[in-house]
Ligand binder design. Structure first.
Ligand SMILES: C[S@@+](CC[C@H](N)C(=O)[O-])C[C@H]1O[C@@H](n2cnc3c(N)ncnc32)[C@H](O)[C@@H]1O
Length: 664
């Protein structure tokens, strides 16, 4: 669609994929010829809508909205809500009031599933849900949670095969409050990546890069049309192998990329891929090959990349000092990768280092032409972008627009919510889940949580101060928010359930054998005496085993034996070597089989809870993403518009929500 057809009468600038971009609105209080700007805007908006629909055949879909106005649907919430504020209020009300949600999102530590009697399931799951949950096949239960049309599912009293009404209502609530994830792809300029650019990418990455590069390209064009100025750079937060940046720097996009990455080896790998894709050149070596090979051959292969050893070898061969000075003895890996800026072509600059905040002055001072702030950065018009910036890195990307004058827009797809830090410390809940922290007892996790990191979750004032306490999610809740329950296949689900079941039963063996002990959460130690352990007053010391060889998951016996071997022989687990040898070495196969028999029938309890946890955590993810959007909306003096939408197919890449902000 050509923007110039539409520009003048209606202030319309461009139609992007899902929204109509309109310059900044008039203040609602300003009067023009006695009519308030609100009235004018209403007429303009109406005329504008008719114009679009009639003349251009464009129907604004559910996400259609206007840049510059706080538009109709800035978040992909359910149709049941009539405004973003209604959605946010319902979301926060549910999260702070639903005890079953609080239990499922942060209150269950799978390790402790069998360490107290009657156990987490019987203690915390609503009694009327229990018989349905243990009778329902795991995949049929997943269907109920994420796929079935709930309008056609009814609750039949007294029928154990029929879901209880309160469970159905819970499922409806989670679905209603979860941001919608369906994706309508827009045709990107590159529907297939050229081979040289796609090098090293897996299918998932190709999907992400194709769609996000197209999205960023359209967004950049729209911003340039609205503001009348082109963006100069795209800053990729956590560029990894720079797959996105390489695509955007290559034709047809030809963008100028600043790739910020904490790991040097990722950057080195990315530079090699840049050479293969033709975006960079490797420095050419000019040296006397014959002499160089003589020097190399006189050395042990282990020393051949050591420039000093090469010099010593050259000297030993009788090469004169002045000649040694002229031979380039650097190895190929030490050669510089060079990037040449050319008009109309893409360009990449790498900045290696770990970002700890959103202030980009340190990054900008490393850019060509802006070194050490010699040149003022007034001419920089950058957009912060990222696919899967983990943990707080997404916060830095989003906040960068508020902190740095040169960042004019952000488009950030986050991931790894488990790596977020917590601004408000551990969550506190009302009885009956009144464990002081609802956290697994793990010193590092508890310390992290108590650190109250100002860079952490939540970002927005609204969630930080909600009803004074604000909203917190512990690491268990945030880890579950990284799951994709809709994508679980039967085989994958069975794999998860088996692993968790084995681990939970092994924890019970550890407890019985005295490898670990029970920890009471009571502040007052004296009151612990005589108290019956329950999931709400105690837990057990975690033993971090990590994953075992595939073979260990073929039977419970193989699992226990594999865990014992790892914990007694692996030097990384030296703190457990002695205690496991002393307490577990004598365990017989019969004893292991007895434990498995004792808990086998309770496996469904665990699979049902795990499924409910992952399903419920869709609301955790929705709230985390909504928090990022709210943060931008709260900065309306700086932020002209902000929204969230899907940019990937959930089946290909489930962390598919981008948070976009455009500066005034
Ligand atoms: C999940 S990976 C995504 C990489 C890349 N965006 C992609 O989609 O292929 C996140 C990347 O961010 C980098 N990273 C994480 N935290 C960072 C930080 N604070 N500063 C800079 N880079 C960071 C990691 O090293 C990693 O390469």
């Amino acid at each position: 669609m050509k923007s110039d057809i539409l520009t003048s009468p209606l202030h319309l600038v461009e139609i992007s994929r899902r929204r109509v971009l309109v310059p900044r609105p008039l203040s609602p209080h300003r009067q023009v010829h006695g009519v308030t700007s609100t009235t004018i805007r209403a007429h303009v908006a109406q005329a504008f809508d008719i114009f679009l629909k009639d003349l251009l055949g464009v129907v604004l879909n559910r996400h259609g909205r206007q840049l510059g106005c706080q538009g109709e649907r800035p978040l992909p919430y359910s149709d049941e809500f009539s405004s973003p504020d209604e959605y946010v209020q319902s979301l926060v009300h549910f999260v702070t009031n639903s005890e079953i949600f609080q239990f499922l999102c942060g209150g269950v530590h799978i390790l402790d599933f069998f360490t107290s009697e009657p156990g987490i399931f019987v203690t915390a799951v609503p009694p009327e849900w229990q018989s349905f949950l243990v009778n329902c096949e795991p995949m049929a239960f997943m269907d109920l949670l994420v796929r079935d049309d709930l309008a056609s599912v009814s609750s039949q009293r007294g029928d154990p095969g029929s879901p209880p009404e309160s469970l159905l209502q819970y499922v409806k609530d989670i679905r209603r409050l979860s941001l919608q994830r369906s994706f309508r792809p827009n045709k990107p300029k590159l529907s297939v990546l050229p081979r040289s650019v796609a090098l090293g990418m897996k299918t998932k990455k190709v999907h992400e890069v194709v769609h996000f590069a197209g999205y960023i390209d359209r967004l950049s064009e729209d911003i340039a049309r609205v503001s009348g100025k082109e963006l100069t750079h795209l800053v990729d937060f956590g560029s990894g192998q720079n797959y996105l940046g390489r695509t955007l720097a290559s034709p047809p996009y030809n963008k100028h990329i600043v790739a910020v990455e904490s790991k040097e080896q990722n950057m080195d790998g990315a530079k090699n891929l840049d050479i293969l894709s033709g975006l960079a050149d490797k420095e050419k070596l000019v040296r006397n090959k014959k002499l160089y090979h003589r020097i190399l051959e006189s050395l042990d292969p282990s020393e051949r990349n050591d420039e000093e050893a090469l010099k010593r070898a050259a000297k030993a061969l009788g090469v004169a000092d002045e000649d040694i000075a002229t031979i380039d003895l650097r190895s190929r890996s030490e050669l510089q990768v060079t990037y040449t800026a050319e008009e109309g072509k893409g360009f990449i600059e790498y900045v290696v280092g770990r970002l700890e905040h959103a202030d980009l002055r340190g990054v900008i001072s490393q850019l060509r032409g802006y070194e050490n702030a010699v040149k003022p950065d007034d001419d920089l018009r950058m957009m912060a972008v990222s696919i899967h910036s983990c943990g707080n890195l997404s916060h830095y990307g989003i906040r960068s627009m508020v902190l740095n004058p040169c960042i004019h827009a952000v488009a950030i797809v986050g991931c790894c919510y488990n790596l977020l830090t917590e601004k408000l410390g551990p969550p506190s809940y009302k009885p009956p889940y009144h464990r002081p922290s609802l956290q697994p007892v793990n010193a590092r996790v508890a310390r992290e949580s108590a650190r109250c990191d100002p860079q952490g979750f939540p970002m927005s004032d609204f969630f930080s101060t909600y009803k004074n306490d604000g909203i917190s999610f512990n690491i268990t809740a945030r880890m579950m928010a990284c799951q994709a329950p809709e994508n679980w296949t039967e085989k994958e689900s069975d794999g998860f359930f088996t692993r968790h079941f084995y681990r939970a039963v092994l924890q019970k063996i550890f407890l019985d054998k005295g490898v670990i002990s029970r920890v009471y959460h009571q502040q007052d130690e004296s009151s612990v005496d005589g108290e019956t352990p329950s999931p709400f007053n105690s837990s057990t010391n975690p033993v971090v085993i990590g994953s075992l060889r595939k073979q260990c998951y073929t039977s419970f016996k193989a699992y226990v034996r594999g865990a014992i071997t790892k914990l007694t022989t692996n030097s990384e687990f030296s703190q457990y070597n002695q205690v496991i040898s002393e307490r577990m070495a004598a365990i017989t196969d019969e004893e292991i089989a007895k434990y498995e028999d004792r808990y086998r029938d309770r496996r469904r309890e665990l699979s049902a809870i795990w499924s409910l946890m992952a399903f419920s955590a869709c609301v955790v993810e929705s709230l985390i993403v909504t928090d990022r959007w709210l943060f931008l909306r709260e900065h309306s003096d700086i932020v002209r518009d902000c929204w969230v939408e899907t940019v990937f197919d959930y089946r290909e890449s489930p962390r598919n929500l981008v948070v976009v902000g455009i500066k005034r």
